[in-house]
Design a protein around this ligand. Structure first.
Ligand SMILES: CC(C)(COP(=O)(O)OP(=O)(O)OC[C@H]1O[C@@H](n2cnc3c(N)ncnc32)[C@H](O)[C@@H]1OP(=O)(O)O)[C@@H](O)C(=O)NCCC(=O)NCCS
Length: 187
């Protein structure tokens, strides 16, 4: 088992990364491909989580991602990540993404998202340090993350029960739901 520090501070977990958006990152419309932004997000989440955990981490889940503005080729993508929650082996990292027009200096907040990273050793989850929140903002972020985690667990349980209900339906029952003659099975 790896040795890990007992406690780490949320306000010392911040990681900042900037990347110039190149033509090779563009989609058919000439703006930056959303998948590229997500890859940069995943990378910074890894750095933030692995530094906090003192261990290799894997991405277990990505919470909802909304893109508020397109990112243009030639802009600088600035990302800020911090640990907002730590469970026994998992860490939630919050990432805020900003697009900077280098010439004008204008900055747009394009999206924020939350990734759950799990510390692993030889493929198995391992304990992470306790997260200590010293500032009011970090305490609020921690409570929000705890709520997201609890809602995520409930959502996954209900989804799995719902999907097994659908799998158990015969063809006629599926048609009846599609045609609105029958309601969906309760989860
Ligand atoms: C993530 C992974 C290590 C979890 O392994 P597991 O055997 O299911 O582990 P556990 O059930 O003990 O869960 C470990 C922790 O992860 C959390 N977790 C697991 N799946 C999760 C999910 N889908 N969403 C959020 N948290 C999750 C658990 O809540 C637990 O957190 P805690 O220890 O802080 O309470 C394993 O599923 C895995 O290796 N997945 C593939 C990861 C990967 O390859 N990512 C890159 C994809 S390209």
């Amino acid at each position: 088992m790896l040795e890990v520090a007992q406690q780490k501070f949320a306000d010392e977990s911040e990681v900042r990364v900037s990347e110039l958006m190149l033509p090779s990152h563009s989609n058919f419309f000439g703006t930056v491909h959303g998948g590229h932004v997500l890859a940069v997000v995943d990378n910074i989440a890894y750095v933030c989580a692995a530094r906090f955990a003192g261990a290799t981490c894997v991405t277990a889940a990505v919470d909802r991602v909304d893109f508020h503005h397109p990112v243009r080729v030639g802009e600088l993508l600035n990302l800020v990540a911090r640990v907002v929650y730590a469970g026994r082996t998992s860490i939630e990292v919050e990432i805020s993404v900003f697009a900077e027009d280098i010439q004008s200096g204008n900055v747009r907040h394009t999206n924020s998202c939350h990734l759950t990273m799990v510390a692993v050793h030889e493929g198995k989850p391992v304990p992470v340090p306790t997260l200590v929140c010293r500032t009011r903002e970090d305490k609020a972020r921690y409570i929000q993350a705890k709520m997201r985690r609890e809602m995520g667990i409930k959502y996954r349980e209900e989804r799995d029960a719902f999907l097994s209900g659908i799998s158990a339906m015969d063809d006629a029952a599926l048609d009846a739901v599609i045609n609105g003659e029958k309601s969906l099975p309760a989860s």
